[in-house]
Design a protein around this ligand. Structure first.
Ligand SMILES: [Zn+2]
Length: 188
């Protein structure tokens, strides 16, 4: 069969975003996070995003993937209320508030990232009022994230651009298919 597809189906239908858009989105997100925590200083704010390399951050396939993973994440936080479920060209973000202690919320978030079949594709931050930065895995004595393709620390592979985008896309699709029991669109 001829090799006809230049891009993995999960990443079709997306519009590449530039660094300016990504940075502007990040600023806006930080402002929103501060505002929410000012209003709810007694709660912890959970911010979940997809960890997607490359310039395409949003497609119909990624929207579905995010929705499935966000549902599974929220099942770990039964008391949490969704503040905003945002789907943009710059990516999907779920903001949710919990009464849980921030440290135990972060442990729960890391357990999702490490143990749920879709967790590897998510970054789940936990923020609390009065602190500019999110709680970190390493600060809590937990291991750093590993690469989706090999088992090296993810930051090393990202910094050295060890893997091609095609390789990373393939790894992401395999994780998604495995999580859904092969139900994801695998036609390529
Ligand atoms: Zn790697």
């Amino acid at each position: 069969m001829a090799h006809r597809s230049s891009i993995d189906p999960l990443f079709r239908g997306g519009v590449p975003v530039g660094i300016e858009e990504v940075l502007a989105d990040r600023d806006e997100r930080a402002t929103l996070e501060r505002r929410v925590l000012e209003r709810h200083p007694d709660k912890a704010l959970i911010v979940a995003t997809l960890n997607i390399p490359g310039p395409i951050k949003y497609t119909p396939g990624l929207d579905d993937l995010f929705g499935s993973g966000a549902d599974r994440l929220m099942a770990h936080f039964l008391d949490a209320s969704i503040y905003e479920d945002r789907r943009r060209a710059t990516g999907c973000t779920l903001f949710a508030l919990t009464n849980e202690d921030p440290l135990s919320a972060k442990r729960r978030a890391v357990a999702f990232e490490d143990e749920d079949a879709l967790g590897r594709l998510f970054d789940v931050d936990v923020l609390r009022a009065g602190c500019a930065s999110a709680l970190s895995r390493v600060g809590l004595g937990m291991l750093p994230r590993t690469c989706l393709v090999c088992d090296c620390p993810a930051k090393e592979c990202a910094r050295s651009r060890r893997h091609s985008l095609e390789e990373l896309y393939g790894a992401i699709r395999r994780i998604y298919e495995t999580a859904l029991g092969g139900a994801a669109d695998a036609r390529a």
